[in-house]
Design a protein around this ligand. Structure first.
Ligand code: S3P
Length: 168
């Protein structure tokens, strides 16, 4: 069985849907952020602060390559919101499985991300402006790499999962 890869902006629900699929639907869950933090014995915030974003992006590429090389199959793989931005990563994602873009509106993202202190790219300044700018730069990329696009605003985990299953 192909892997199901969840992509989307920070706060789009990738980790939550991934956890639902693990706990309620019996999938093996791999979360690239958690994988990187575990392997580096460090938090993402600290990796960004001490080694920089480019270093983190290379860790993301390594992570996807490791999953491909390990022959990972039948898992749900939730990937960091910026991972598909690198062209190389987009090609690797397509190799790894079916790519599902969990799309959420800026309003939803602002609601979900307000008060977050763990994501370096949205700290400081006006949250809505930051999200609008970054989402604007990434939207077309998410759509390009996706096999399936799911609009998730106001949908329950059950509904989102049913839409994923129907589409793949
Ligand atoms: C990032 C998203 C985060 C994490 C890092 C960078 C991004 O993951 O990888 O903070 O560039 O969008 P989530 O999408 O799981 O929040």
């Amino acid at each position: 069985m192909d892997n199901i890869i969840l992509i989307g902006f920070m706060g789009s629900g990738k980790s939550s849907i991934g956890r639902y699929m693990e706990q309620e639907q019996g999938y093996k869950l791999i979360d690239t952020d958690e994988y990187i933090e575990y392997k580096q014995s460090d938090t993402i915030s600290n990796i960004f602060a001490t080694k920089g974003e480019e270093y983190f992006r290379n860790l993301e590429t390594e992570c996807i390559k490791e999953l491909i090389n390990a022959g990972t199959l039948g898992a749900v793989i939730s990937v960091g919101g910026g991972l598909p931005v690198k062209v190389e990563n987009r090609e690797l994602l397509k190799e790894l499985g079916k790519v599902v873009y969990l799309r959420a509106s800026v309003d939803t993202l602002v609601k979900r991300l307000s008060g977050d202190s763990t994501r370096p790219l949205i700290q400081g300044g006006d949250l809505r402006t930051k999200i609008t700018d970054l989402f604007g730069k990434r939207e077309a990329i998410y759509e390009e790499v996706a096999d399936i696009v799911i609009d998730t605003d106001d949908c329950s985990f059950e509904t989102i999962f049913a839409m994923i299953k129907e589409a793949i």
